[in-house]
Design a protein around this ligand. Sequence first.
Ligand code: ZN
Length: 276
Amino acid sequence: MSAQAETGVIGGSGFYSFLDDVMEVAVDTPYGEPSDSLFIGEIAGRRVAFLPRHGRKHHLPPHRINYRANLWALRSVGVRRVLGPCAVGGLRPEYGPGTLVVPDQLVDRTKSRVQTYYDGEALPDGTVPNVVHLSFADPYCEAGRAAAVAAARGRGWEPVDGGTMVVIEGPRFSTRAESRWHAAQGWSVVGMTGHPEAVLARELGLCYSSLALVTDLDAGAGTGEGVSHEEVLQVFAQNVGRLREVLFDTVAGLPAERDCACATALDGLNLGIELP
Ligand SMILES: [Zn+2]
């Protein structure tokens, strides 16, 4: 079996652990170690590399994830399209637990994360990245989004097609005031990992789509005590089966050729470094 893949899924072990033939591939990168090994298997005749975002023991909090290493590792085994399922809080009462959102916009409210490959710092091989400014007006791959929405519908799980994900630093959840403010901006869901994952994918010329599973109503949208970690884990466990089905159908439904804007995002740019 080859250690190559065309599609990457950054999600938990729940997404690959039942595949028959999975090959574990440890990948080192110029940015250090990814969250875990890649687990490469096959879905609908397509090679897919799974990467547990928080590590297989779930030991990495969102702000400690080596996002640069994760995306670089995926690209280095041939991945050009990435799906990023994640758990989020709903910012509107109608987006309760179990809602699936396929966002089309993102707001970055993180604070401490490295969010570019093009920071002028030399790589171990001595090459130095140039300063590069990419368009990020549309942070998600339109083809990937369409495939995800169609896959969810095909499974009878009507998704929210579009919307804005605001990404906070965490690991704490929002205060009520923060949460009300996020909702008042018209944003849809709040998460902790969607950035810089999306922008780093763009910087490597990868397609990136997010599938956001609402596990709770955020503090400002509900009337209860606010979010608890147990609540999040419980709702995620209840929905992981159908989220997996939708992810697999999304992989199968991605168009054979990449003719989306992500595929040409790096065209004509002098990056200064060689991408894997
Ligand atoms: Zn794309």
